[in-house]
Design a binder for this molecule. Structure first.
Ligand SMILES: Cc1ncc(COP(=O)(O)O)c(C=O)c1O
Length: 397
């Protein structure tokens, strides 16, 4: 038994929480078990809560800015945990990564310019490109068979052809990749990065999941690979996914290239964002200072949940295949063997199994027939969900 109890169920309804409180408004009955939006049903690091309470007691919450100690903590974390040596002046804050993606799109491209992504991928990539009237170019990931299961790879040939054909200006990389769970290898990142360098494509590397990596895999910060890559990259990092702080709205964006950085800063100022949220800053600093033991135990717990689901599916639902994740607490399940239509699959998952998952098609049409499941919940809740799934799918041919 570790120091932290991830088995403890904490009721979240009534806390303005997106995952449980708004089910009825979005067309669900509210009875479904929730394994969708990517936050966790776990209490954060106790030192983070203590730091927030301490600051709250001060009673004055005026305009605030991070001081040197904040940036010292963030740069140390990046160097010690992610082997990326950064300088304070490369950083800027944003309330969230999706916001930062939108700002990067607006700073680097003009209306009508092409932005490339690799679907199936976190759906706001598509939304931010389209909402800003840029042309969306998709270079789908390839499904290849590895040790009898599906493994996703980048399609370098297709990627390069599309960059040339559409005169692509910006690439949004998901590293590690949500929802397919790949932790891209250094070699893969070098290959894709060389293509971007050849054509002058700026890379936005969304690394929000970088602290969730399963044993045997290693995250590489794209910008850390070389000076050249650092010089063409906007790295999006945040403590919010790792330490369950999404409601506190803080992220740290790293841009080595001064010209690119100034353009992004200008864009951020133009939409009226200036200083970060005081509680976000306090939480980020405490997380990076004190969070490591908690994170290590959390990752073990998540691995236990993953092992549980893998065994359960093998034994009871062998037609559902688990795409082995290398990172993230999200798993990608392939239901295509049942040959159901989109509507039939949703009917079975939501109405019959009473589960709220993320339907694969929301990540692009390549995701149809898949469902994304959030593992970051107490084991007992996950077991209940798997049993509900079994009841509906076990006899289905
Ligand atoms: C790849 C990826 N980027 C960004 C986000 C959201 O970031 P934020 O809440 O900081 O906008 C998520 C959340 O699930 C994500 O999976």
């Amino acid at each position: 038994m570790g120091k932290y109890n991830f088995d403890k169920w904490i009721e979240r309804t009534g806390t303005n929480c997106v995952k449980y409180d708004f089910a009825k408004e979005s067309g669900y009955s509210g009875e479904e078990l929730s394994l969708w939006v990517a936050d966790m049903d776990f209490e954060t690091v106790p030192e983070i809560t203590d730091a927030l309470v301490e600051r709250a007691k001060h009673g004055i919450y005026g305009y605030s800015m991070p001081k040197k100690d904040y940036w010292d903590t963030v740069t140390s974390y990046m160097e010690n945990e992610h082997n990326y040596k950064t300088k304070r002046e490369w950083y800027l804050n944003a309330p969230g990564i999706v916001f930062a993606l939108a700002m990067a799109i607006r700073a680097i491209t003009k209306e009508g310019d092409s932005v490339i992504i690799q679907r199936p991928v976190y759906h706001p990539f598509t939304r931010m490109v389209e909402a800003n009237n840029r042309k969306l170019i998709n270079s789908p990931l390839k499904e290849v068979m590895l040790n009898g299961t599906i493994h996703y790879e980048m399609d370098l040939k297709d990627f390069e052809e599309k960059i040339q054909l559409h005169n692509v200006k910006l690439f949004i990389l998901c590293n590690p990749h949500n929802p397919v769970g790949r932790v891209w290898t250094r070699d893969e990142l070098i290959s894709i990065g060389e293509i971007c360098r050849k054509y002058g494509v700026v890379v936005v590397s969304d690394e929000i999941h970088f602290d969730f990596v399963y044993p045997g895999f290693k995250h590489t910060c794209f910008a850390s690979i070389s000076k050249e890559f650092g010089n063409m990259t906007i790295s999006c990092t945040s403590p919010t996914k790792t330490f369950n702080l999404a409601g506190l709205q803080i992220s740290n964006v790293i841009i080595e290239n001064e010209e690119i950085r100034e353009k992004v800063i200008e864009e951020i100022k133009s939409v009226g964002y200036d200083e970060p949220n005081i509680f976000g800053m306090i939480a980020c600093k405490a997380a990076y200072e004190f969070g490591k033991p908690w994170l290590e135990e959390l990752n073990e717990y998540l691995l236990g949940n993953l092992n549980y689901v893998r065994e359960f599916l093998k034994k009871h639902l062998p037609k559902i295949s688990l795409i082995e994740p290398e990172g993230t607490y999200l798993i990608w399940l392939d239901f295509r063997a049942y040959q159901l239509t989109k509507e039939e699959l949703e009917q079975k998952i939501v109405k019959e199994a009473k589960l709220r998952l993320n339907v694969g098609g929301m990540f692009g049409e390549e995701g149809e027939g898949f469902e994304r499941v959030n593992l970051a919940t107490p084991r007992a809740y996950l077991e209940k969900a798997m049993k509900q799934l079994e009841q509906v799918f076990v006899d289905l041919r």
